[in-house]
Design a protein around this ligand. Structure first.
Ligand code: HEM
Ligand SMILES: N[C@@H](CC(=O)c1ccccc1NC=O)C(=O)O
Length: 282
């Protein structure tokens, strides 16, 4: 049997069964003690634990989505589409998990939630800096929403950085230009922190990609990966809105918005407008 490597758990079998070399255990590798010490309900209400866990699970998945989507954008910028496709496919599978998670939360009744809602004060998912980073990264730029994070310099710096950098979509449009599509300068060299405005030239470029897949097989696949990402994102937003309606009706949100009305409005936002509009003309 080979020498156990530092930082690895090794297993040996003898007459008495399995022996674990406890150099590093499952729990140590996964930092389970600190992880499982992070659920701190403020009340004795049975259902507050579910509320905390579901948010923490969502934030972990958001962390993984950011990891994949940032790397996918870097690969696209370097003209390496295959690894980017693999990463965007993984994002889609994670999004399915995040969408499915609403079914667990829907077991929380309005009365259950009302028993601990007041203890949440003014805190709200509106303050999720990872969610906002993902929106910015995909292309929903909204400079004012960084201000919520003024009180936390590291989050503020990070969000400002992603706000001011090209989004995943901007990166894809620059790839289209490198592949010979004539796109306006206002698309290719804009103020990245501003919301993206749809362009007829970009729609025409996607129309050509979809109309002649034989010559643009990889760009077609890229377009479909983007559509998948937005499709899932919208499903998450819709399920959030309906679950919120089911649990608090039309009460205003703790974050100071109108609640369901605000969440319904967010459903009108699109990351990749021409990838949707092009379908009408095909
Ligand atoms: C009982 C469960 C939930 C209720 C009642 C609820 C309610 C709300 C409301 C009313 C808003 C609007 C902002 C405000 O005024 O507070 C909001 C925003 C938000 N919530 Fe939830 N939420 C719930 C669960 C979740 C979960 C599980 C997540 C997962 C991370 C989440 C993530 C978010 C995010 C990211 C926003 C900001 C959306 C945006 O700005 O477009 N929420 N939520
Ligand atoms: N905005 C919610 C409160 C809420 O959902 C929340 C509170 C603290 C931490 C995360 C939350 N989740 C999503 O918005 C409400 O109005 O009831």
């Amino acid at each position: 049997m080979s020498k156990p490597q530092r930082g690895r758990t090794s297993v040996s079998l003898d007459d008495e069964g399995v022996h674990w070399d406890q150099e590093m255990s499952y729990g140590q590798y996964l930092s389970l003690e600190p992880l499982l010490a992070c659920q701190s309900p403020l009340t004795d209400e049975h259902d507050e634990m579910l509320f905390i866990v579901i948010h923490q699970v969502s934030e972990l998945w958001l962390k993984q989505c950011l990891h994949e989507a940032h790397a996918a954008a870097a690969h696209i910028a370097a003209d390496q589409l295959r690894p980017a496709f693999k990463m965007l496919t993984r994002v889609a599978r994670i999004q399915e998990q995040m969408i499915q998670a609403w079914e667990v939360l829907a077991t929380l009744t309005p009365a259950d939630y009302a028993r601990f809602r007041d203890s949440l004060g003014q805190s709200s998912g509106f303050q999720s800096y990872q969610y906002r980073e993902l929106e910015f990264l995909l292309g929903n730029k909204h400079p004012a929403l960084v201000e919520v994070h003024r009180g936390h310099p590291e989050h503020y710096r990070r969000l400002t950085e992603v706000l001011q950098a090209p989004s995943l979509y901007d990166t894809c449009l620059r790839l289209l230009a490198r592949r010979g599509f004539a796109l306006p300068d206002a698309v290719l060299n804009r103020d990245w922190s501003e919301p993206y405005a749809a362009s007829p030239e970009v729609e025409s470029a996607w129309a050509e990609v979809y109309g002649d897949t034989e010559h643009h097989w990889d760009l077609y696949e890229l377009a479909e990966k983007l559509v998948d990402t937005e499709y899932h994102f919208q499903q998450w937003r819709f399920s959030h809105m309906k679950t919120v309606e089911r649990i608090i009706g039309h009460k205003p949100g703790t974050g100071g918005t109108s609640g369901v009305g605000y969440l319904a409005k967010a459903l009108e936002l699109t990351f990749f407008p021409e990838l949707w509009s092009v379908r009408t003309r095909m």
